[in-house]
Design a protein around this ligand. Sequence first.
Ligand code: NAD
Length: 495
Amino acid sequence: MNHIAHWIGGAESAGTSGRVGPVFNPATGEQIATVDLASKAELDAAVETAKAAAKEWRSASLSKRSAVLFKFRELLASRTGELSAIVTREHGKVLADAAGEVARGLENVEFATGIPHLMKGNFSEQAATGVDVYSIRQPLGVVAGITPFNFPAMVPLWMCATAIASGNAFVLKPSEKDPSASLWLAKLWKEAGLPDGVFTVVNGDKEAVDAILVHPDIAAVSFVGSTPIAKYIYETGTSHGKRVQALGGAKNHMIVLPDAELDAAADAAISAGYGAAGERCMAISVVVAVGEIADPLVAAIAARLPKIKIGDGTDPASEMGPLISAQHRDKVAGYIEAGAEQGATVVADGRADDLPKDGFFLGATLLDNVTPEMIVYTDEIFGPVLSVVRVDTYAEALELVNNNEYGNGTAIFTRDGGAARQFQFDVNAGMVGVNVPIPVPVAYYSFGGWKASLFGDTHMYGPDGIHFFTRSKVVTSRWPDPGTSSIDLGFPQTR
Ligand code: NAD
């Protein structure tokens, strides 16, 4: 069986804790690897190596850093297939979807190749007579990333591209459920010429995470995962003096107004609800049908469900793969029962589908007449279960979104530009789609939700990513003629 180690100092490094975790192929249900789970002592040793590397790396010229990023970009673009196959094997999502995740990660690398421009400060000549003021941005030193299972390639790339380009050493603690993509990225960084120790992978679980959160030499922690853990990371990390951005879970609503194009809305609900088996933080999990569109919309979604091809992600015909684990599949299936018990109409029950026997599969499920009190509405299900809530007016739909605990993404489907603009103005969510069901921002904007979907204030990647991984310094400077100096105990003024 394959064994997955850490990556420290530019080489694979076998764990010494004696603890390992299992890694499965979710499409077959087979355990395919074990992964080392680091102890606090192992994390501490890895940070020592990163610390030494950070000192050197911040001195590397901007053009040298940019050249490494360009090389990394070329390697990643030419070997997307290899990484996609790794993602599919351990996560289960279909190959085309895995390739999509790698492509979105690649965009972040492309953004970071522009680091000489992105690190520019400001300069004000003659702020006072003979005095210039300028700002510079400097790296933080050693920074850490803690990532979820559902995007094992893209989310590490969200973080490491900007963290490394801006001159930090980056320590990654990937999800223990699908860690191989991170090791593959580590090897690619080395091939691209990144000095050893600048990119580190420490595999592990809570013990490694807790060691990161209290380590005095880790200056910042970037986290993506579920809301309870995001809150814990934020509170613990900040109480240990760290800069923390912690992105949490979601319950993304798609509002469909009565004038929406019916087929386009139904297609979008299917794509965004069941893509990656609903295991996306930007998945649509609630369709809010406004007024008379509800009946035809539910019918149109239901009619499309039997056509979704469910199977092993390595089969090019498959459109939807399995869930990450047997436990998670069972938990998601439990929500179908709970929905029915609380009065939701089970339009399609994924448990009844003819599914591959092995593996952690669940069919696409549609629940209608869901109400805000039901557990299927309040919980993030994170599986192929789409709920439909029926309301009479736009105002009710908006209230639903704004009263929800989460505020990651949301979308509105309409032909009315005025209604869409009003929604964009009114809605309390970090990312809004207008006739776009999964509005993940492009790499030169930043990604982040509101409310319980994000703890901290900076969003991920893009301009916010550079901001998060650097700190600013303002220099006030003058070069007076010798001999013009005098004593002045007054507070310095500029006029
Ligand atoms: P998770 O919170 O269980 O795990 C995320 C990371 O935290 C992993 O590296 C894990 O090892 C670690 N972790 C888990 N439990 C911990 C604990 N008790 N103490 C310390 N560390 C712990 O999340 P997941 O199941 O891997 O990923 C799915 C979740 O991530 C969903 O809620 C999804 O919405 C969310 N997500 C959010 C975004 C976003 O951008 N907002 C993106 C992707 C995923």
